[in-house]
Design a protein around this ligand. Structure first.
Ligand SMILES: NC(=O)c1ccc[n+]([C@@H]2O[C@H](COP(=O)([O-])OP(=O)(O)OC[C@H]3O[C@@H](n4cnc5c(N)ncnc54)[C@H](O)[C@@H]3O)[C@@H](O)[C@H]2O)c1
Length: 382
């Protein structure tokens, strides 16, 4: 069993989630590599204390990421910090010789992402990947398998999206995710966009151009100190892309809905593929339901199957039980750890987002911003 020793930089919401995934590695039944958390870094003391008090393997706790990166006992870094810090910290981690699982959007904008991609290219022996966990859901893995087997036939249309609703409340105080200087000009596209691109990109579908409609719905929020401040980030984005299939076929439409203000939706990630021979759809709203339609010339009926706990990396949970968000995070981490240990993913659909895919998402969102400004369809750089 090869142990990959991790340092986490950014001990907030996602830092804790991934630390929890490492702490219950015994959950995974067959994997031949192990993630162990040995170091944590956060510029604030209180978030780090949570880790120190709960995770015995943590031997370094520091406010300075340079100290963590200088630690020879750290093989790999998971970095979950606000978007304006991505370029500096990701490049530093790569230059320090660490494998890197960095959170999306993998740079606050295209310039930052270009710099991260250049660093990754200079260090080809290190595994550098971008976080995106939803495609590790068992039902989505089955959709990947359908695509790899060519079951869809000619793709007619693809719809993906990620919907949240907590920002519907205009009295929710502003935080860094709503501040354009920290979150980035992409707004909701930077927050949720990579999630909705992962399946189409990995399936080999490439956006040629985009028409984007971006909405700033809540324009002012409480500042948490009794006043109100402008909230200038895009809340919702609807993208229509003309898309081609690298294996031939197309172009076909791909719509992507990224919404922070989608009434009634808590954390709904979905994918729907329509092809001439088969269709498939999945939503985290019902995480064990996979719907498929296979057309052989006769009736066109949607079939509903309960998909159990059948993730890429087998686990101790019985196959009849439900799979959830924490499981998808652990599966993503297992995929990254496996790739560090073996130099390649378990299989293409069970690999984390690559820097090339993250760079494509930046070209798409940069074109989407231009589309909104110009009120026109804009080509996506190939
Ligand atoms: N994959 C997902 O599903 C998912 C979900 C939420 C957020 N995210 C991403 O994760 C990242 C972090 O988001 P979060 O929700 O965990 O944020 P958060 O605000 O909960 O935590 C961020 C932490 O980073 C620390 N930090 C900031 N600058 C630092 C620095 N220079 N050095 C060390 N620590 C620093 C902050 O003190 C804070 O504790 C973002 O890129 C976000 O887009 C991903």
């Amino acid at each position: 069993m090869k142990t990959i020793r991790f340092g986490i930089i950014g001990c907030g919401l996602m830092g804790r989630e991934l630390a929890s995934a490492m702490s219950r590695w015994c959950h995974l039944a067959e994997i031949d590599s192990r993630a162990e958390l040995v170091a944590v870094c956060d510029r604030a003391d209180a978030p780090r204390q949570w880790f120190v008090e709960r995770i015995a393997s943590v031997r370094q706790s520091t406010a300075d990421y340079r100290e963590l990166l200088a630690n020879p006992d750290v093989d790999a870094v998971y970095c979950a910090v606000p978007h304006d810090r991505h370029e500096e910290l990701y490049c530093a981690a790569i230059h320090a010789g660490k494998h890197l699982l960095g959170e999306k959007p993998f740079g606050i904008d295209q310039t930052a992402n270009d710099a991260i991609s250049a660093c990754a290219a200079q260090h080809p022996r290190q595994i550098v990947r971008c976080s995106s966990e939803m495609p590790f859901h068992p039902a989505v893995q089955q959709i990947f398998a359908m695509n790899e087997a060519g079951e869809f036939g000619q793709v007619i249309e693809v719809n993906t999206g990620f919907l949240h609703s907590s920002d519907l409340d205009p009295d929710k105080p502003i935080n860094w995710k709503r501040i354009v200087e920290v979150n980035g000009e992409y707004g909701v596209m930077g927050d949720l966009g990579m999630h909705a691109c992962h399946v189409p990109f990995r399936a080999g579908w490439r956006p040629l151009n985009v028409r984007a409609v971006l909405s700033d719905i809540v324009r002012e929020r409480p500042d948490g100190k009794g006043g109100r401040v402008p909230c200038r980030t895009w809340d919702n984005a609807t993208l229509l892309c003309e898309t081609t299939d690298l294996r031939g076929g197309g172009p076909f439409p791909w719509t992507m809905k990224l919404q922070r203000i989608a009434p009634g939706e808590k954390n709904t990630w979905y994918v729907e593929i329509k092809g001439t021979k088969a269709c498939a759809r999945f939503s985290t709203k019902n995480p064990k339901l996979l719907e498929t339609l296979r057309y052989t010339g006769g009736k066109q009926s949607w079939q509903q199957d309960d998909v159990g706990y059948e993730p890429p990396f087998r686990a101790i949970t019985g196959g009849i039980f439900e799979f959830g968000f924490s499981d998808s995070c652990q599966q993503m981490l297992a995929a990254f750890t496996h790739e560090v240990a073996h130099g390649e993913p378990l299989r293409p659909s069970a690999g984390c987002v690559t820097p090339t895919e993250a760079a494509l998402s930046h070209r798409l969102f940069t074109a989407a911003l231009a589309s909104q400004r110009q009120q026109a369809t804009v080509a996506v750089e190939s």
